[in-house]
Design a binder for this molecule. Structure first.
Ligand code: BGC
Length: 370
């Protein structure tokens, strides 16, 4: 091969690589009530588009093709920061923390010292308390194929010890949205971070997710008390919580099952069969209507599958449609709820000098009509 040909080939490959890289743009997205400017990043891969804003590091929209190549937005959300701020309880698209999901009575102990964090949900602490990470403005930075969101939560923030730094890198490749988290602290604390997007594979505002089909590779789950605090770990076999085979979400949701009654549907943590720290499947959702398929893989040990049971028609979303019960579903990859009060659960302690990394990947594909 001549030098000229080699140079030409190298140039061709780098042109292709550039073409495959997602483009990232940043724009103002209004201000919070206290006047803090919010920015929105648009990541376009050629196949899909993700918009992520600095308020709560939230995924505002995620556009992916259906089986006919028609692009549609598959996450719930609003058109303005004011609407997000007017809704304190759905956590649409946000990153929740410092402790995502529940801590019983907002109480935990580290090295024998008891801590109390704000209770905001039936006497329990949910998603970090009254002013969790979802309600704070993060700092965005453009990175190749995406955006890195950073939040520094000061020592004592919401009652948690230690200044904790969270980096969440969102990147888009084709129709795959990846989130890489890095958590670090200067004093031992507890942490559980996840993204709280609500998916509707038929499209945002298109109605209920009950006809979608889900598979969760988990033989066990964590049943809960009436205030949704885990009681331990139980097998799913023989219960409506067995999703080891593809099952229509609505098929068993109204069965006379105490756990379903307590939560008004599914709102539980599944103990994934895969190994913590290594990428494994958390869930697969298939939508017979649009042909869209979402596969979630994660390094986390659990996933909270929540069927939007508490959406009650109070809020109207981006399309103007009202969000009624089951308008979206969440797949919150996570450590288990209330882990600090369950010594047998994987530890959620975050120690100085020992940053915690985790990754969750949302891959969208399509399938033909069956
Ligand atoms: C919880 C639900 C809660 C929802 C908030 C989920 O992570 O498990 O109980 O209602 O977040 O919208």
């Amino acid at each position: 091969m001549t030098w000229a040909r080699a140079i030409l080939l190298t140039m061709t490959f780098s042109t292709i690589a550039t073409a495959l890289q997602a483009s990232v743009t940043k724009a103002p997205f209004g201000k919070t009530q206290d006047g803090t400017p919010v920015e929105i990043y648009t990541i376009t891969s050629g196949k899909a588009e993700a918009r992520i804003m600095t308020y709560g590091a939230r995924v505002v929209s995620l556009k992916v093709p259906d089986r006919d190549g028609k692009v549609g937005d598959v996450v719930l959300g609003y058109n303005s920061v004011a609407e997000y701020q007017a809704d304190p309880s759905t956590y649409f698209g946000s990153i929740v923390g410092r402790y995502g999901n529940r801590l019983a009575k907002g109480t935990f102990a580290i090295d024998g010292k008891e801590y109390h964090v704000p209770v905001n949900n039936n006497g329990q602490s949910l998603h970090g308390g009254t002013l969790g990470f979802d309600k704070l403005v993060w700092t965005g930075k453009e990175i190749p194929d995406g955006v890195e969101m950073t939040l520094v939560s000061k020592d004592g923030d919401m009652g948690y010890p230690g200044t904790m730094t969270t980096h969440a890198k969102y990147t888009l490749h084709g129709a795959t949205l990846r989130i890489d988290y890095t958590l670090s602290t200067d004093k031992t604390t507890v942490a559980n971070i996840t993204n709280h997007s609500y998916f509707n594979l038929s499209g945002d505002g298109s109605g209920s997710i009950l006809d979608e089909i889900i598979t969760i590779p988990a033989s066990r789950y964590t049943p809960v008390t009436p205030v949704l605090i885990p009681t331990g770990i139980e097998p799913v076999a023989g219960t409506p919580f067995d999703f080891t085979k593809p099952t229509v979400i609505g098929k068993r949701i109204d069965e006379a099952n105490e756990q379903l009654k307590i939560a008004g549907g599914y709102d539980h943590n599944w103990v994934l069969n895969g190994q913590m720290g290594v990428l494994h499947e958390a869930a697969k959702v298939e939508d017979p209507k649009s042909g869209r398929v979402l596969t979630v893989t994660t390094t986390e040990p659990g996933v909270q599958f929540y069927t939007g049971n508490f959406l009650d028609g109070t809020f109207k979303g981006k399309t103007g449609a009202v969000y009624a019960k089951h308008a979206g579903l969440c797949l919150e990859t996570q450590h288990f709820p209330d882990s600090p009060n369950h010594p047998s659960f994987p530890s959620t302690l975050l120690k100085p000098g020992q940053p915690r990394h985790s990754t969750t990947i949302f891959t969208f594909t399509t399938e033909a009509k069956k």
